[in-house]
Design a protein around this ligand. Sequence first.
Ligand SMILES: [Zn+2]
Length: 287
Amino acid sequence: MRHAPEDADARRAIPPVICYPVETLPQPDLALYQRALATAKPSARVTAPPRDAATFRVPAGSFFRITCEGGPQVGDLNLWNAEDLSERFYSGKTRALHGTHVSTGDRLWSSFPHLRPMATIVADTLDWYGIDAFGGAVHDVIGTRCDPYTGHLLAGTQYHHCCHSNLTRALADALNVPLHQAEPLVHDVLNVFMCTGFTRDTGQYFMKASPVRPGDSLTFFAEINLLGALSACPGGDCSAEHSSDTAHCHPLGIEVLTPDPETLSSWQPPARNAYDGTHGGPASSCP
Ligand SMILES: [Zn+2]
């Protein structure tokens, strides 16, 4: 390691600047969503079985709620535009805009070139948790998803019920396509109910037992027509390990809730991002 320069402390003492100030970010009208949610009635329901995944469709202007049912359990969520699967949840940009963990009022943003809110979190029964003494918090957009490739890389295993594989099988079923066509559509997730952070000394990604309990839920407003997939992670509450059959696992419920449409008469679905897409190239490359 190199010797620190003489002004090392002064360089370290420079205060940080927020990368993406969100003061100009269009804000969701949470009061409007709350009024709509108060009128919403269940219209569909599926269960993600333990160590498996389920898909669901949510029309724009409806809600969906993920509920902890049998015991502490984390879920890995993927979202696609139901009409154009190339538009999918963009975990990295959501993290850049809202921080490492999301809660009520935060939005799940879609991939380029669309970059618009796909869903808005309207209720979170774990919003009391905050940031604990280890730097841990709930519902992260930092973990990617547990997958068989990293398991094989680190431990030489062949495990088939990681969230990545569960999401792949569920999506293949929903689209009626072979696994190899579904797999490239699976993407980095929102880790619902998972409690994670980075260690202060080594900066490593950590997990700890989720504070979620039966009855806890996370509720979203669908800003566009959505196809969703949720995997009940083989890590269970992620207190010890994932990518194995060791942990106790529980189902997760997904409920679609349809509000009285009159409560949303002033609401408009978000348009795709209006950047002109020319990237400084020749004008002829512009569609
Ligand atoms: Zn997982």
